[in-house]
Design a protein around this ligand. Structure first.
Ligand code: ATP
Length: 509
């Protein structure tokens, strides 16, 4: 079995070789942490976005959509706190000249202890066999307890330092933990400094302070500043939500791990406006709802976990992350935050416009509270790609790489393949293509042997290969090969649309 790291490298290579994701500006040697979605990646991404939109907007009568501009009035980012506080603590290694996020260095150390705990557990599980009780082991084994204690004190101290902006102590922590630079191996660190993550640019032809605009670092603010517009024109009654998908930009200090952390990425966010006092109930509701959504992608429960925040942003009164077990460990995929009335109140203060809602049931006006769900579309693509990627050795000893996407997310749903390029088979296959392509993304392929064509479709994750053979010309039936089982079933052409449609329903495993 390949290590997770090797597996991750293979996945990245596969996505490039088979047209899912390319490094940006590759012929100019690339641009760090920026990627382009290629012919299959763009379909996968669109399917995930559409499914999110359908689940959030189409399936909720009290959630509507929005598409606000990337550029916004610069005061918005003052009001939101991004100009003053959207910073990451950065630290440089003097020998390698590499820059890191101080908190990420510490989190990586914590992840190493977590790995050590898992190794202890695995060893003990092997030793004790069926009689192994994980809970009992982790709550009594001295080595596990020692690692747990280290994890707890370290993360507590780091969170406190980040809250207090105490960078001297944060640096001391890095030194005490003897964290070395992965490149130079040295502990020769600079002091920690704050780094604002927003990209600034100029608007119009005048170059002065007033013409500075930012590329939005999140889509949420476009929703807040349109709250009244949407509420009034949509005649929305609290509780209601506004959903938006779109690009966001952050000048990340360390951009690595492929499309996990990019400088230009896409978010899918929903802000849910509720009456004051109701927010924690809705926070719990959205926590469960969002986890259900993830599970409906056919990814098992064990790949996800909640990580409730110990360190809350000053405006939040509850926050959790949905973490996914990527090939480099459990990491944040989605954030769910109870943001109180912070955002609307701040925009009221900075704009001087009253932002209030008259609640007919309570017969009073108030500033609604907000529960937010915020997921990175690219991270979701990475989760789906990682889960789908399989290398298999078949019974005849040959190897195949197969992307086992849930069929409804697969870039192409069906490939139509004439067994040979003659005897009227290509014409028949074209007829089938025309029958299906209005409803499903389909590919027609006639080059190479049928075996090679099956492999190619496996590698891009097409769930159904429809083969036209001699019998088709006689009785209008085709074989349908199912990607994961590789089993072939013969069926009348007329049954194909219903058969494929039936296979495209989301399924919780
Ligand atoms: P992290 O701690 O990983 O930097 P964050 O807590 O800053 O993430 P949020 O501000 O809560 O992230 O953004 C919401 C979601 O947007 C995240 O859960 C993540 O899926 C996505 N996201 C944030 N930053 C990036 C990025 N640089 N590249 C890709 N996706 C991102």
């Amino acid at each position: 079995m390949a290590s997770h790291e090797e597996q991750f490298k293979k996945l990245i290579a596969h996505t490039k070789e088979y047209g899912f994701i390319f490094p940006s500006s590759e012929i100019y040697d690339g641009l760090a942490a920026v990627y382009d979605y290629a012919q299959y990646g763009v379909e996968l991404k669109r399917n995930i976005r559409d499914y999110w939109w359908k689940s959030m907007v189409q399936m909720h009568e009290n959630i509507v959509g929005l598409d606000s501009a990337v550029f916004m009035h610069p005061t918005i980012w003052k009001a939101s706190g991004h100009v003053d506080a959207f910073n990451d603590p950065m630290i440089d290694n003097k020998d390698s000249k590499k820059r890191y996020r101080a908190d990420v260095l510490i989190e990586d150390q914590i992840a190493k202890w977590e790995e050590k705990i898992e190794k202890e557990v695995a060893k003990a599980a092997k030793r004790f066999g069926d009689a192994f009780d994980r809970e009992q082991f982790v709550s009594t084994n001295p080595r596990v307890l020692e690692y747990r204690q280290k994890i707890e004190t370290t993360s507590h101290r780091m969170n406190q330092d980040l809250t207090d902006n105490n960078f001297d102590d944060l640096k001391k922590l890095i030194e005490e933990l003897e964290i070395v630079c992965p490149i130079s191996g040295s502990r020769n660190w600079t002091d920690i400094r704050q780094f604002n993550l927003m990209f600034a640019t100029k608007i119009g032809s005048v170059d002065n302070e007033a013409s500075t605009v930012y590329l939005r670092p999140e889509t949420a603010q476009g929703i807040f500043v349109n709250f009244l517009n949407v509420q009034k024109t949509g005649r929305m009654k609290v509780p209601f939500g506004i959903a938006q998908t779109g690009k966001a930009f952050r000048n990340e200090i360390v951009a690595r791990q492929f499309i996990f952390r990019m400088r230009e990425f896409e978010q899918m966010e929903m802000q849910f406006f509720v009456a004051p006092g109701e927010e924690l109930k809705w926070f719990e509701y959205w926590k469960q709802e969002r986890m259900k959504w993830h599970r409906s992608l056919g990814i098992p429960a064990g790949k996800y976990r909640f990580h409730d925040h110990e360190k809350l942003a000053h405006y939040a009164n509850a926050a959790t992350d949905i973490e996914y077990e990527f090939l480099f460990g459990f990491k944040e995929l989605e954030g769910i935050h109870s943001r109180t009335d912070f955002d609307l109140s701040r925009h009221q203060e900075f704009s001087g416009k009253k932002i209030q809602y008259f609640d007919p049931d309570r017969n009073e006006s108030y500033t609604p509270y907000v529960v937010e769900t915020s997921i990175g579309l690219d991270r979701m693509c990475l989760a789906v790609l990682s889960h789908a990627f399989h290398e298999e050795t078949l019974e005849d000893g040959s190897e195949r790489v197969v992307m086992k996407f849930p069929p409804f997310l697969a870039p192409y749903k069906a490939a139509i393949l004439p067994l040979v390029k003659k005897d009227g088979m290509p014409e028949k296959a074209q007829e089938i293509l025309n029958l299906l392509r209005g409803d499903f993304m389909c590919q027609y392929e006639e080059k190479d042997t049928i075996g090679k064509r099956y492999r190619r479709q496996d590698a891009i994750g097409t769930p159904y290969c429809i083969t036209v053979d001699t019998q088709t010309l006689e009785d209008n039936t085709v074989t349908v090969r199912e990607r994961d089982t590789m089993q072939q079933t013969r069926m009348p052409i007329a049954e194909l649309p219903a058969f494929i449609a039936n296979g495209l329903k989301p399924q919780t495993v």
